[in-house]
Design a protein around this ligand. Structure first.
Ligand code: FPP
Length: 219
C-alpha cells in the first residue's frame, strides 16, 4: 500500500493550494524552450494530484495553472500552454475518474479557446462523482476578479509557492485570509512528493490561532 503523507491527523480535511512557479527557469537552465518546462510542470502536477488523492487528510487541491495576467506572455507560449492543458485533461481525466478525483476549473472561460473549453466541460462531467479529492485548476484566474464576481471557493489551509518568489500574485486572496504560507525555492518541475510531505509537515508544526491567544485555538 502506498503511504499517505499528511503525517498527522487533522480535525477537518485540508484545502491545499499551489502556485506552481519555475517552469520557464527549469527549461532555460537546460537550454530548452519554455514550453518544455511547462510539459515537465504537467508531469509534476500528475505526481502532486496522485499524492493528494491518496491522502485522506486532503479534501481539495487548487492549482494555479494560468493567471489572468499570463495573457501578457508571448502568444506562442500561451497557445502551447492551452494545448498542454487540453491534452492533460484528455489524458488525465479518465485517470482522475478512476481514482475518485473530481476536477473543476475556476476562472474565466469566455476568453479560452473553444477546444479547451470543451475539454474542461467533458472532464468536469466525467469526474463529477469523484469523492477522494476535489482538484481545482485555476485558469484565466484573477482573485480580484473572482471576489468581484462572488466566485469564492472554500478557505485555503495551506498555500505552497514554488520557484523562490514570496508573493500571492492575485491567487485566492480572499480564501487565503488564514492560510499558512510555505514558500519553496524548488522550481515547480522538480517538485516531488517528498517536497509535498515537507510542506505538510511544516503546516502541522505551526499553531493556527485565528485570532485566539496561543494554545487557545486547539482547546
Ligand atoms: C509559472 O512558471 C507557471 C505557469 C504560468 C504555468 C503553470 C502550468 C503548469 C505547471 C503546467 C500545466 C498545468 C496543469 C494543471 C496540467 P513560469 O513559467 O512563470 O516560470 P518562470 O518564473 O521560471 O519563468
Amino acid at each position: 500500500m502506498t503511504p499517505t503523507f499528511a503525517l498527522q491527523s487533522t480535525s477537518s480535511p485540508l484545502h491545499v493550494a499551489i502556485i506552481m512557479d519555475g517552469n520557464g527557469r527549469w527549461a532555460t537552465r537546460r537550454g530548452l524552450p519554455r514550453s518544455a518546462g511547462h510539459r515537465a510542470g504537467a508531469r509534476a502536477v500528475r505526481g502532486a494530484v496522485e499524492a493528494a488523492a491518496r491522502d485522506p487528510a486532503i479534501a481539495a487541491l487548487t492549482l494555479y495553472a494560468f493567471s489572468a495576467d499570463n495573457w501578457r506572455r508571448p502568444a506562442p507560449e500561451v497557445t502551447a500552454l492551452f494545448r498542454l492543458l487540453a491534452r492533460f485533461l484528455a489524458t488525465e481525466g479518465p485517470r482522475c475518474a478512476a481514482n475518485g478525483v473530481r476536477v473543476s476549473v475556476i476562472g474565466r472561460r469566455d476568453r479560452l479557446p473553444a477546444p479547451l473549453v470543451s475539454a474542461i466541460a467533458a472532464t468536469e462531467a466525467a469526474t463529477a462523482a469523484g469523492s477522494a479529492l476535489h482538484l481545482r485548476i485555476a485558469l484565466d484566474y484573477s482573485a480580484r476578479w473572482a471576489i468581484g464576481a462572488g466566485c469564492l471557493v472554500p478557505d485555503v489551509d495551506l498555500l505552497i509557492r514554488t520557484g523562490g518568489e514570496r508573493r500571492l500574485s492575485d491567487f485566492l486572496l480572499w480564501e487565503s485570509a488564514y492560510a499558512e504560507l510555505v514558500f519553496l525555492d524548488r522550481l515547480w518541475p522538480d517538485f516531488t512528493v517528498a517536497d509535498f510531505a515537507g510542506a505538510l509537515r511544516e503546516f502541522h508544526a505551526r499553531e493556527r490561532r485565528f485570532g485566539h491567544l496561543p494554545g487557545a485555538a486547539a482547546r
